[in-house]
Ligand binder design. Structure first.
Ligand code: AMP
Ligand code: ZN
Ligand code: FE
Ligand code: FE
Length: 292
């Protein structure tokens, strides 16, 4: 039987502000039902859901941590950075995220166009409606494909058409790792590399480089990470003085990557270290020794 930590936390959660299926307040209700003590809302390229989540959790036993997942790709690979405790009102961050989201719109439109060329016309307005929040992503395109009956499951949409190697795939805006890391740091946040082992060995190999650029942590505990991945990443945390985090990458049952809310065992110490890193932004983060 799975061992539950006394303090249950989930530091990687999506809502309808990006490509999750539950609104921020619905996610908060579910987190309370699941007995979570803390949850970070980390929507793709937006902090638009954070205020609603904070409000929904006010006066409850749940702590909501403001967060964001900033995606980027390019010669260095498909990178996902989590930014914890960012100041959601930070002007430079808001501007940067607006540029990224605008690019997402153009990219989703281009994918819809390619799907049309492949014999699967979709109504752009429908894709826009499915993306009720600020950030449009592939899951919204996948849902439109499913609705029109071009695929039988969301997974099939990725496997056949819009996965990274698919014929209708269009890359996201190219942001460099220093750009993302500094945008998070400048907004008072703690930059953490999301699911490094799941992203691939080439990205894990570049972790020392990212640490030198100001990265503060690694998402060690993740549904797609094997026990060996966890060990490798914890060793890297110790060597490089990075903190460890973890979460489910919940998008909604059967929607997108990740697992059910709160289903990943994340040691409570991860949150203590994250808080300490936030309070001591200019001070190097303590190594993760003995943290597993
Ligand atoms: P985007 O940021 O628009 O590229 O979309 C990324 C999101 O699409 C991820 O967070 C997942 O929710 C989903 N996703 C990406 N790749 C896959 C895949 N191969 N299978 C299922 N969902 C995926
Ligand atoms: Zn997603
Ligand atoms: Fe991700
Ligand atoms: Fe995610």
């Amino acid at each position: 039987m799975r061992q539950y930590c006394q303090t249950r936390i989930d530091l990687h959660v999506h809502s309808t502000a990006s490509d999750g299926v539950l609104s921020p307040s619905e996610v908060v209700c579910l987190a309370l039902e699941q007995g979570l003590h803390a949850m970070a809302l980390t929507d793709h390229d937006t902090v638009g859901g954070v205020a609603e989540a904070l409000e929904a959790a006010a006066g409850t036993a749940l702590e909501v941590i403001p967060g964001v997942e900033i995606n980027s790709e390019g010669d260095w690979g498909d990178l996902h950075f989590l930014g914890y405790y960012v100041d959601c009102a930070n002007g430079a961050l808001q501007e940067r995220l607006t540029v990224v989201r605008d690019a997402r719109l153009g990219r989703a439109y281009a994918m819809v166009k390619r799907l049309g060329e492949l014999g699967m016309p979709l109504e752009w307005e429908r894709v826009r409606a499915l993306a009720s929040g600020e950030s449009v992503g592939r899951p919204h395109v996948a849902r439109a494909l499913l609705e029109r009956g071009y695929v039988q499951t969301l997974q099939e949409a990725f496997d056949r058409y819009i996965g990274n190697d698919g014929p209708a795939y269009v890359p996201r805006l190219r942001l460099s790792p220093p750009e993302v890391i500094h945008a998070i740091l400048d907004a008072g946040g703690v930059p953490v590399l999301a699911h490094p082992a799941y992203s691939g060995a080439a990205i894990v190999a570049r972790i020392p480089e990212f640490a030198a650029l100001g990265l503060r942590g690694l998402e060690v505990y993740y549904p797609g990470h094997t026990p060996q991945d966890v060990e490798v990443l914890l060793n890297l945390c110790r060597q490089l003085g990075l903190l460890a985090t973890g979460g489910s990458d919940f998008h909604g049952l059967g929607h997108g990557e990740g697992a059910f809310l709160g289903s990943v065992d994340v040691p409570a110490r991860c949150l203590d270290d994250l808080r300490a890193a936030c309070c001591a932004r200019q001070v190097p983060v303590r190594p993760a020794a003995g943290r597993a």
